[in-house]
Design a protein around this ligand. Structure first.
Ligand SMILES: [Zn+2]
Ligand SMILES: [Zn+2]
Length: 107
């Protein structure tokens, strides 16, 4: 028998997790599963902007037709890179001139 860390109600098995019957709080069934969950999360590489790691945006042209998702600023430095094959449109990489947030845009 396991009890919710959050509200103290009874937990029940729900797939790979234990779920609270009262507040909906969930946690991994045991430590082995917890470790696997963590390592899976660490391997998530979605949205990693690999090719801009060393990019120096300062001094690059700025675009004012953009909006920074992080701070709402309307100006960002940008560089254009051919990331796919030659017949695909190039990708624009942005760096917010206000907060430094980076993102990319597919045309
Ligand atoms: Zn609960
Ligand atoms: Zn910003």
């Amino acid at each position: 028998m396991q009890f919710c860390d959050d509200c103290g109600s009874m937990m029940r098995t729900a797939g790979d997790e234990m779920a609270c019957t009262s507040c909906g709080y969930t946690e991994p069934k045991d430590e082995q599963l917890a470790e696997r969950f963590v390592s899976t999360a660490e391997q998530t590489t979605d949205d990693v902007i690999e090719s801009t790691e060393d990019a120096n945006f300062e001094g690059k042209p700025t675009a004012d037709d953009v909006t920074c998702e992080a701070c709402g600023h309307g100006e960002a430095w940008y560089t254009i890179k051919q990331t796919g094959s030659a017949d695909e449109p190039p990708t624009r990489f942005f760096k917010c001139t206000e907060c430094g947030n980076r993102w990319r845009e597919y045309n």
